[in-house]
Design a protein around this ligand. Structure first.
Ligand code: NAD
Length: 292
């Protein structure tokens, strides 16, 4: 099968990599040659990491790389594709424009997928003349490590497209969950609910961030507690999603005050050195504020 990925950024290059690893012929397309080159370099580095850890052989790495072609011309990139996955920035107007451009240049049977993490696939699909071939393929970051893909079924998605998406994801040897196109899909909605409640518990003095996280890690087997995860994802990103889900689903997603305050102060988590924890050189070294 021929898979074209649009956008060679954080997600796009990873989706191209896992598709090529599964044996598909892959085209990776971005708007500038240097972005394509950066994406291809990212793939090379990921695969080299796999070789260094003994997970794949040198020749498997070379074969995978040979299956990936980098391009900037949209028409050439999509005209023979069986599946096009867009991983361009999270902006509805841009995604609708990209969907319509794909449809203009691709064959009638091409399945058109979006890797959006929060936007409505139904709304994106409405930009198509044949919206029944649209579907969401929500990969997790980084795609070559994370085993889950949420398959998002838009109002217009038909059974053929759904089955195609399931077969593609299973062919990547990843786990699929099929969800209806609703705000936050399944994982962001539930993950955020846990994160916001943990923040409210810290505000109410129920326990320290470290104790809450340890409770969920040891008591519930979560690989990372909800507050540390918030610091990893970025407090600004979580606030943005909370505001979106509050608008769509109601007050239970109202962002807690400390989340707003920290974002206003520029304390966005690991990337700025402080969120609910304090970070130095990417390591957790203490808790923020009164819990220190
Ligand atoms: N980063 C994450 O953790 C994550 C996780 C899941 C889903 N997503 C979703 O994946 C999508 C991409 O996110 P990202 O983090 O990879 O973004 P990114 O900014 O790293 O990459 C986006 C790339 O798209 C390119 N681009 C812009 N317009 C284009 C066009 N018309 N055609 C082709 N390429 C174009 C940009 O040049 C850039 O290289 C978003 O919808 C995002 O919500 C991101």
């Amino acid at each position: 099968m021929r898979v074209t990925v649009l956008g060679a950024g954080s997600m796009g290059h990873g989706i191209a990599q896992v598709s090529a690893t599964a044996g598909h012929d892959v085209v990776l397309r971005d708007i500038e040659a240097e972005f394509v080159e950066d994406g291809l370099e990212g793939i090379r580095e990921n695969l080299q990491g796999g070789v260094d850890r003994g997970k794949i052989s040198e020749s498997e790495m070379e074969e995978t790389l040979e299956r990936i072609e980098g391009l900037t011309d949209l028409e050439t990139a999509v005209e023979e594709a069986d599946l096009v996955v867009e991983a361009v920035p999270e902006d509805m107007d841009l995604k609708q424009e990209v969907f319509a451009d794909i449809e203009d240049a691709a064959s009638e049977d091409t399945v058109i997928a979006s890797n959006t993490s929060s936007l409505s696939v139904t709304e994106m699909a409405s930009a198509l003349e044949h919206p029944e071939r649209a579907v969401g393929l929500h990969f997790f970051n980084p795609p070559h490590i994370m085993d889950l893909v949420e398959i998002v079924i838009a109002e217009q998605t038909d059974d053929r497209t759904e089955q195609f998406a399931v077969d593609y994801v299973q062919g990547l040897e990843k786990e699929d969950v099929v969800v209806r196109d609703t705000a936050g899909f399944a994982t962001s909605r539930l993950g955020l609910a846990l994160g916001l409640e943990a923040i409210r518990m810290v505000e109410q003095g129920v326990a320290s961030p470290a104790d809450i996280d340890e409770g969920m890690e040891i008591g519930y087997g979560h690989p990372m507690g909800p507050l540390e995860l918030t610091d990893h994802v970025g407090l600004d990103v979580r606030l943005h999603i909370a505001e979106h889900l509050r608008e769509e689903l109601g007050e239970r997603f109202k962002p807690p005050q400390s989340l707003r305050r920290k974002v206003r102060a520029g304390n966005l988590g690991k990337k700025t050195g402080e969120g609910y924890y304090v970070w130095e050189d990417g390591e957790r070294v203490g808790m923020s504020g009164e819990w220190d």
